[in-house]
Every structure is written in structure tokens, then in C-alpha cells.
Ligand binder design. Structure first.
Ligand SMILES: Nc1ncnc2c1ncn2[C@@H]1O[C@H](COP(=O)(O)OP(=O)(O)O)[C@@H](O)[C@H]1O
Ligand SMILES: [Mg+2]
Length: 297
């Protein structure tokens, strides 16, 4: 194509021999703001949720937990899901992670329809492609932090030396190296949650699912965990889907989907806004949604 040729010529003229390639071509330059890059829209889609519906119960006693929910998430996005209690947040996460089955619609992870998987394939899919962080850390009491973080790699038969290196690297990024040899009962709740985050991320999964990960933490530890998620998102291009009813937690994300009665009510994009400004915009939507939903928001 003519344009490509002219760009090539232009670049050759601009770069004298011996000039190193410009730094920072992989990541946009920027301050501390974790806004989606302008080129983010070109990133591959990790998740495609297409018209999913989830109905619980039988004829006389039906709950439509999800009604025609559709959205996509691109690689490297940090997406929040907000909504009042009972709006369908956990159901949505469970349907995406195949812990629960959809009534209709499809969920594609890296282009593969996971709603069509047989049970035997599901276990492998979850183990290899997903990372989970819950409200309670769910660490194994009889294992140290290091062993807990290593567990998903051990199960996947990753060689011991590589496992140790990856655990060490993840722990360093999350600032938890000093607790690696402690047992869960020797750690604070905040430390346990950061260990759980490390365990979710150590396999470098396609998608990290977090359901109210800050729900049981005080504000200082909540902030530390959110900073960990933010750092992992930025440094590993980890794709994170985080359910929360807390506007402060949601303000760390790039984009927030608001659920109401099992539907996507609206969506907020952070753009280049600083976190505080995004927080204010989230609070405005929370106020608009208000009403009976305000209890948990
Ligand atoms: N296993 C289930 N059986 C029947 N109804 C359920 C089940 N799980 C969730 N629900 C209902 O689906 C709706 C959405 O629930 P949920 O996804 O847990 O909401 P959230 O996580 O936003 O609080 C609620 O009305 C809830 O009562
Ligand atoms: Mg829930």
C-alpha cells in the first residue's frame, strides 16, 4: 500500500544509523493515571458476553437474575461491575467463569464459546484461563503463603524452579515477599487478600475475576489491594473483572458497568480522568440509580 511505503521511507529518513529504537513503544507514556491507552481499542477481545440470560427456579417461582446482558472486555482492561444487592453481579461472574450455566446466550473467552464446554473441559478451562479472588481469601491453612501462591502452578505441573521464580516475581510486584514463609493465621486479613491476589495472578490467566475482593477489608488494606490489582493490570496487562458495590474500589478501574435488575443500566468510561474525578462520576450514577438500590451502593 502506498501509505505504508511512504511511512517506511519517512521512518528511514528520520532514524540515523545507530539510533536505538524509541523507548516506550509498548506502553503509552503517562503519569500515575491508569487510564486506558488511546490504542486500547485495538487490543484483542478477551471476553465477549452475548445476550446472556439466567433464570432461576421453575414455572411458578422464577427469578430472572440476568436479562439480555452483553458487553466485551479487551486485553489489559480493568473493568468494574457495580449494582445493588440482588442486581445479578455474582450471577454474571459465575456465568462467565462457568461455575453457573447460562439459560441462554453465549460467553466467549479469547474467542472460544465456553458455554458449550463439557464438564470435563470446564475444570481445565477454569484452571488455565481464569484467576479468582473472593471476599474471603480462601487460602489453605496448612500451606505457607509461598505454597498457596504456587498451588495453581503445582497443579498444572509447572517445573519447580520455574514455579519458585514466578511466585517470587509475583510476590515482589505485590509487595508481599516478607510474608511468603508465613501461614495464613500469621498474616493480617489484608496480607491474606494480597496473597490470594498473587495466587490468582501467578498463572498469568486470560481473565481475573474478583467478587467483592475488598468487601472484608478496612480502608487501608482495601487501598493496598486495589493498588496491587492496578499494578498487576499495568505491568502484566492482566485483564481484571471486579464486582464491587463500593464506589471507591470501582474508581480504580478503567470502566464500570452498572447492573440493575439483571440488565446493564449504564456504563462509565474513565478515559484519562484522574481517580478522584472518576470516583465523583461513579457517585453521580449511584445517586441517579438510587431508590431501592441505594442500600448496597
Ligand atoms: N442459586 C440461586 N437460586 C435462586 N435464585 C438465585 C440464586 N442465586 C442468585 N439468585 C437470585 O438472583 C438474583 C441475583 O443474585 P446475585 O447475582 O447474587 O446478586 P448480587 O451479587 O448482585 O447481589 C437475586 O434475586 C438472587 O436472589
Ligand atoms: Mg454478590
Amino acid at each position: 500500500m502506498a501509505s505504508a511505503t511512504s511511512i517506511g521511507k519517512h521512518m528511514r529518513r528520520e532514524a540515523p544509523a545507530g539510533t536505538p529504537a524509541p523507548a516506550g513503544t509498548l506502553a503509552p507514556a503517562g503519569g500515575s493515571v491508569q487510564a486506558p491507552a488511546a490504542g486500547q481499542s485495538a487490543a484483542p477481545r478477551v471476553l465477549d458476553v452475548q445476550h446472556i440470560e439466567k433464570v432461576y427456579g421453575s414455572r411458578n417461582n422464577i427469578t430472572r437474575a440476568l436479562a439480555d446482558v452483553s458487553f466485551s472486555v479487551r486485553k489489559g482492561e480493568f473493568v468494574g461491575i457495580m449494582g445493588s444487592s440482588g442486581s445479578g453481579k455474582s450471577t454474571l461472574l459465575n456465568c462467565i467463569s462457568t461455575i453457573d450455566s447460562v439459560t441462554s446466550g453465549t460467553v466467549l473467552v479469547n474467542g472460544v464459546n465456553v458455554t458449550a464446554f463439557r464438564p470435563s473441559r470446564l475444570t481445565r478451562f477454569r484452571r488455565e484461563q481464569l484467576g479468582f479472588i473472593f471476599q474471603d481469601s480462601n487460602l489453605l491453612d496448612t500451606l505457607t503463603a509461598r505454597e498457596n501462591i504456587a498451588l495453581p502452578l503445582t497443579i498444572s505441573r509447572v517445573p519447580a524452579r520455574e514455579t519458585l521464580a514466578r511466585v517470587e516475581d509475583t510476590a515482589q510486584r505485590l509487595g508481599i515477599t516478607e510474608v511468603l514463609d508465613k501461614y495464613p493465621y500469621q498474616m493480617s486479613g489484608g496480607q491474606q487478600q494480597r496473597v490470594a491476589a498473587a495466587r490468582a495472578m501467578v498463572t498469568n490467566p486470560a481473565l481475573i475475576m474478583a467478587d467483592e475482593p475488598t468487601g472484608a477489608l478496612d480502608s487501608k488494606n482495601a487501598r493496598l489491594l486495589l493498588e496491587c490489582l492496578e499494578a498487576m493490570n499495568a505491568s502484566y496487562q492482566a485483564t481484571v473483572l471486579m464486582v464491587t458495590h463500593d464506589a471507591f474500589a470501582a474508581s480504580y478501574t478503567h470502566r464500570v458497568l452498572f447492573l440493575r435488575d439483571g440488565r446493564v443500566f449504564t456504563e462509565l468510561n474513565r478515559g484519562a480522568a484522574p481517580r478522584q474525578e472518576f470516583f465523583n462520576r461513579i457517585m453521580e450514577v449511584v445517586a441517579v440509580m438510587g431508590g431501592e438500590g441505594s442500600d448496597a451502593l
